[in-house]
Ligand binder design. Structure first.
Ligand code: HEM
Length: 479
């Protein structure tokens, strides 16, 4: 006993020494090259809480970023977020260099758990290229033009239909777009489904709608625990549905047709589990990104009456030129909506003050005079969108700045809302089409936005009081 008490201070000292050493190692990480300046904070928590503090939409650049850029005098710095070591860059040259040199999509541990560790989008080269191609065949311009645009039109039109007695209607635009995207994907990705299964799937998705970016610990009560549980449930449901359809080959959605075709050609490259994971990824990505950007577009339009009037003029003209009021929206009409595309392009510029280039290099990478160590996350933030040299009066929402410029490209020298390089967004055209079609229907009415609507920037856009539009029945004369 005496011996134990004698050893006790030594044991405690050794533990403290070890802890201090680990803390020192954490704060001063080893690197073969030159790490950017920065501070790692405490292990696990790092600087996550500060990084994730919501801030006002119109402030554009987060206080977190402003503080660090001014403190370090560098647009590239190191930090720790969500338990991972991270390099953040707001330097456009560095972001583009990383986007080109590294092909490995960087995801936080919580996102890996959300998408599934085996998600093919998070794997290397060949399989990544393969799933990209498959997804592009479904959401790319060709399929959008020949098939998807009509469905997007019919489904979004439903929200604007009122019965004869109604003088107005109101709905939350983000909620409506989310529901529309789920309905669309169920119909076009999977195909005919029992209404019970559709309802169950719809309910499952609600689990994924908060806190994508959180700590990664899979313990009861945490977001990640809920994600993992909900993912297992959705995966099981989807797998059952897909197996049934694979046997019956009846009522297949376009995307399932493509997937079954591929399975027949090469069952090693694509099996049922991979197909389920692909459909799951597709659901999650389309559901969470596009409705938020649509809601932000509506808020920006509501705050700029001149933009609202111009949109109204454009969409009334589309309907007027159509002649036959019963015809749905066509691809040519969609392409002709010049001002609408200017509004969408400007919204994407204005909303993207969060990372759009996520990488996790597999080997140490030298960029901008610094080293991004292998295995660290790299987050590239496109502050180039708010650079006064590139954009006149950049903090102003001004769709007219795009007049006469390329409106359909998703990537240009100083514009990267959909990322860049090997992981450039595959759903960009699909997303823009959904937003344009919603704007088309909305702009043909007199509408207003609930004055309580507020937008906050975090990693993703937040609407703490919803985003409710009130639509008056008074329509343009032609419809
Ligand atoms: C306005 C809405 C959207 C925005 C702002 C957006 C943004 C982005 C960004 C910035 C990236 C690049 C990530 C990186 O390289 O680090 C990306 C990738 C991706 N997006 Fe989107 N996205 C949107 C809509 C969609 C939709 C509707 C889909 C559904 C198909 C989708 C599917 C994907 C996929 C699969 C990737 C990964 C591509 C790859 O790894 O090759 N996105 N998106």
């Amino acid at each position: 006993m005496l011996e134990f008490y004698g050893l006790f201070p030594i044991v405690v000292s050794l533990i403290l020494l070890k802890l201090c050493h680990s803390l020192y190692r954490w704060r001063s990480p080893k690197c073969k090259g030159r790490l950017p300046p920065g501070s790692m904070g405490f292990p696990i928590i790092g600087k996550t809480l500060e990084f994730m503090t919501p801030y006002d939409f119109n402030s554009v650049v987060s206080p977190y970023l402003k503080k660090r850029i001014s403190r370090y005098g560098s647009k590239v710095f190191r930090t720790s977020l969500f338990g991972a070591k991270v390099i953040i860059s707001t330097d456009h040259e560095v972001n583009m260099a990383m986007a080109k040199s590294s092909t490995q999509l960087g995801a936080t541990e919580s996102l890996r758990r959300l998408f599934g560790e085996n998600s093919d989008f998070l794997q290397r080269k060949e399989i990544h290229k393969y799933v990209r191609n498959l997804t592009s065949r479904f959401v790319g311009p060709e399929n959008l033009k020949t098939r998807l645009i009509q469905d997007i039109d019919v489904l979004s039109r439903n929200y604007f239909e009122m019965d004869d007695k109604a003088i107005s209607s109101s709905f939350d635009i983000k909620e409506a777009a989310t529901k529309m995207v789920v309905d669309l994907i169920v119909k076009k990705v999977i195909g005919e489904m029992e209404s019970e299964a559709v309802k169950e799937l719809g309910l499952c998705w609600t689990a994924f709608r908060t806190n994508w970016f959180s700590f990664s610990y899979n313990v009861p009560g945490t977001t990640v625990y809920r994600f993992v549980k909900a993912r297992r449930k959705v995966t099981k449901l989807l797998k059952g549905l897909i197996q049934e359809k694979n046997t019956s080959k009846e009522g297949l959605g376009d995307f399932l047709e493509i997937l079954f075709d591929e399975m027949k050609k090469d069952s090693a490259a694509l099996d049922i589990d991979k197909a389920v994971n692909l459909i799951f990824t597709f659901f999650i990505l389309s559901q969470e990104t596009t409705p938020g950007i649509l809601a932000a577009t509506v808020k920006l339009v509501a705050d700029h009456p001149n933009v609202m009037e111009e949109l109204k003029r454009e969409h009334e003209a589309v309907v007027e030129n159509r002649g036959d009021n019963q015809t749905g929206l066509t691809w040519e009409e969609y392409k002709s909506m010049t001002f609408t595309h200017m509004v969408i392009k400007e919204t994407l510029r204005f909303t993207s003050a969060q990372p759009t280039v996520h990488r996790i290099p597999t080997e140490d990478t030298q960029v901008g005079g610094y080293t991004v160590p292998a295995g660290w996350l790299f987050f590239g933030i496109p502050l180039v969108h708010f650079d006064e040299v590139k954009y006149e009066d950049p903090l102003k929402f001004n769709p007219w700045r795009w007049k006469g410029k390329d409106l359909h490209g998703t990537l240009s020298k100083d514009y990267i809302p959909f990322g860049a390089g090997a992981t450039l967004c595959v759903g960009s055209e699909f997303a823009k089409c959904i937003i344009a079609v919603f704007l088309h229907h909305l702009s043909r009415f007199r509408w207003s936005l609930d004055p309580k609507t507020r937008v906050l920037r975090r990693y993703m856009l937040m609407f703490p009081a919803g985003c409710k539009v009130e639509i008056a029945k008074e329509l343009s004369d032609q419809s």
